[in-house]
Write a protein that binds this ligand. Structure first.
Ligand SMILES: NC(=O)c1ccc[n+]([C@@H]2O[C@H](COP(=O)([O-])OP(=O)(O)OC[C@H]3O[C@@H](n4cnc5c(N)ncnc54)[C@H](O)[C@@H]3O)[C@@H](O)[C@H]2O)c1
Ligand SMILES: [Zn+2]
Ligand SMILES: [Zn+2]
Length: 354
């Protein structure tokens, strides 16, 4: 099969012919129909991600996927060849103490395509533990819509609704309006937040945020960015701030813009060179709650798939470009220089001209 492969961290990502992945007895082999280019793939490629480092090179990225089951392991009960499926990127084990406590997003034995093993920037990807983690896609949901549920859209749902506990009528400030941040904007709008502020360096990203439901935007490069956000949220900050970008500055600003007794959710990954200096004096003095958020639990996916099927939420609005595997690999490399607007989705996997 063809796959996008890197052989050194930060080195070229090339389209190569590689063996189709082996199927585990509890897994399914999926022909990938759509896979998103997420900044977490960039972290893996840059050598920031411990799982990728532990796996070793060469490596195939990709964790935000949907496709068709083409092979089924012998112990799998719920899936057959031909099923249209997706899976959140955290494939939990079901046996550890966190799975037993229903905290599967921090499963201590989790597998993740594109991090703990070769991912979906390829014609085929293996998904182990299928009965626990793979979900069927309703007929009315497209592969592109379903793939965006594999990571950023569902991650935003967990960050804003489950971990951030955003309520109707509250204010929210979202730092970073890339794939995760724009998904957070859509979630906040669907919950009925009354003030939704998006903050980014890119004016194009801010324009898109306004179209997707932000009530205000603030350009991150201005000197008084935090003051502007605080003022827009009633003077002393937002009920909920989300660092949806994962840079030192976005993390620090999100804490600074949270109102006293408010919540701050860290969902962007400030890893690699980014070491935030969190104003912990403010956290203590203002009783700010800082909450982590990681991925999404597979058990909650049918609820979101139904919301997409009933058209109340449409992740496809975030997808700005549909590209080939080669173009997706180039896009990942170019994240060194900046972010694409919205989500880029790879939808062509075996272009004979590659
Ligand atoms: N916790 C999780 O489960 C999880 C899941 C998915 C992604 N992530 C992480 O979330 C982060 C965002 O991912 P993405 O795919 O949306 O990335 P992205 O590159 O699409 O978006 C990042 C955005 O941040 C903006 N930005 C950069 N510097 C800024 C600044 N100083 N102030 C405000 N905005 C700034 C960029 O212009 C861009 O629009 C990454 O760190 C990624 O690894 C975490
Ligand atoms: Zn587990
Ligand atoms: Zn991701």
């Amino acid at each position: 099969m063809q796959a996008a492969v890197y052989r050194e961290f930060g080195g070229p990502i090339r389209i190569e012919q590689v063996p189709v992945p082996q199927l585990s007895p509890d897994g399914v082999l999926v022909q990938v129909m759509a896979t998103g280019v997420c900044r977490s793939d960039w972290h893996g490629w840059k050598g920031h991600d411990d799982d990728v480092k532990q796996h070793g090179l060469p490596f195939v990225p990709g964790h935000e996927l949907s496709g068709i089951v083409v092979q089924v392991g012998r112990s799998v009960k719920q899936f057959s060849v031909g099923d249209r499926v997706t899976a959140p990127f955290i494939l939990s084990c079901g046996n550890c103490r966190y799975c037993h406590r229903n905290r599967t997003t921090v499963c201590s034995d989790q597998q993740q395509p594109g991090f703990t093993y070769w991912g979906s920037f390829a014609e085929y990807v293996a998904i182990p533990r299928a009965d626990r983690n793979v979900k069927r896609i309703p007929d009315s949901v497209s592969f592109v819509q379903a793939a965006s549920l594999g990571c950023r859209f569902t991650t935003a749902y967990r960050a804003v609704k489950q971990q951030g506990r955003l309520q109707q009528g509250e204010s929210i400030a979202i730092f970073g309006a890339g794939g995760v941040g724009l998904s957070c904007v859509m979630m906040a709008a669907s919950i009925g937040a009354n003030i939704i502020v998006a903050i980014d360096l890119s004016n194009d990203a801010l324009d898109l945020a306004m179209k997707l439901g932000a009530t205000h935007v603030v350009q991150a490069s201005v000197k008084d960015c935090c003051q502007q956000v605080q003022l827009l949220c009633g003077g002393d900050g937002a009920d909920l701030c989300v660092d949806a970008a994962g840079f030192a500055e976005t993390c620090e600003n999100a804490v600074l813009c949270t109102r006293p007794a408010g919540r701050m959710v860290q969902v962007g990954l400030p890893i690699g060179d980014h070491r935030p200096q969190v104003p912990m004096g403010r956290v203590a003095g203002k009783e700010i709650e800082i909450i982590g958020s990681h991925g999404f639990a597979a058990d909650d996916l049918p609820e979101l798939l139904d919301m997409v099927a009933s058209s109340s939420l449409d992740p496809a609005k975030l997808v700005r470009r549909e590209v080939s595997l080669r173009e997706g690999a180039i896009e990942l490399e170019s994240m060194d220089k900046g972010s694409p607007i919205g989500i880029t989705m790879i939808v062509r996997f075996n272009d004979s001209k590659l």
